[in-house]
Design a binder for this molecule. Structure first.
Ligand code: ZN
Length: 230
């Protein structure tokens, strides 16, 4: 092996030639970070910008399979990239401002089959309209409680919900406002999410096959993690 001129993509030191790939393209090996690499990849899935493109398309109403067709990569790569981006987000905790008012709502969906009913429960800041936290779970008090706990811990001034009876059992009375009309912002947000995430659209054949993927897809859309403050 002779020393080549290519510099390592990960540590910028020089790489050694290391034989040919199946498609006869020269491979390189970095002795410092012990990684194989190529100068230019034929397969789009290995290109550096691909993760951003996948997230963009996910947030613009494309399903996993349509993303894979548009970018010429495998559906498996799309799935693993969305999960990967979501995982990386976990390290970026966003600060929560105390004493704010929140709108809280639940959105119905299902995983695998219609019978398998789930809620996506999430809260937005009434002022900035930014999503604060979300969770996915069976349609029960326990699922709602995860978000309520976050909001109470965040020192919420008021929590606005719809008339769902379950909320009255878990939100402290002095914080709770139950109204059909004061949660219009989050209702509007629900509509955006249903439009922008293919798996949550109505009247399509797209749906979630796993809870993990549903969580990652929404997390990437929100730029936040599920129950990141507990
Ligand atoms: Zn290296």
């Amino acid at each position: 092996m002779q020393v080549s001129t290519m510099e390592c993509k990960y540590c910028q030191k020089s790489c050694m030639k290391a034989g040919l790939a199946g498609n006869t393209i020269q491979r390189y090996y970095c002795r410092h970070c012990k990684r194989h690499q190529q100068e230019a990849y034929q397969y789009n899935g290995c290109k550096a910008y691909i993760e951003n493109r996948i997230v963009e398309l996910n947030n613009e109403g494309c399903g996993i399979r349509s993303i894979s067709r548009v970018l010429h990569i495998s559906p498996g790569k799309v799935l693993s990239s969305i999960k990967g981006v979501y995982k990386k987000q976990k390290n970026l905790k966003k600060a929560i401002v105390r004493g704010r008012e929140y709108e809280l709502d639940e959105m119905k969906t299902f995983i695998k089959r219609k019978k398998n009913k789930y809620w996506i429960v999430y809260a937005i800041d009434k002022l900035t309209r930014e999503p604060i936290d979300f969770t996915i779970g069976k349609r029960s008090k326990k699922t709602l409680r995860r978000i309520v706990d976050t909001l109470v811990m965040a020192g919420a001034k008021k929590i606005y919900t719809d008339k769902l009876k379950l909320y009255t059992y878990i939100i402290p009375k002095e914080l709770h406002v139950r109204s059909q009309y004061k949660i219009n912002r989050i209702e509007r947000k629900n509509l955006s999410i249903r439009t922008h995430l293919k798996r949550l659209s109505r009247r399509t054949i797209c749906f979630s096959r796993s809870k993990e993927m549903l969580e990652a897809s929404i997390g990437v859309y929100f730029g936040r993690n599920s129950c990141s403050f507990i």
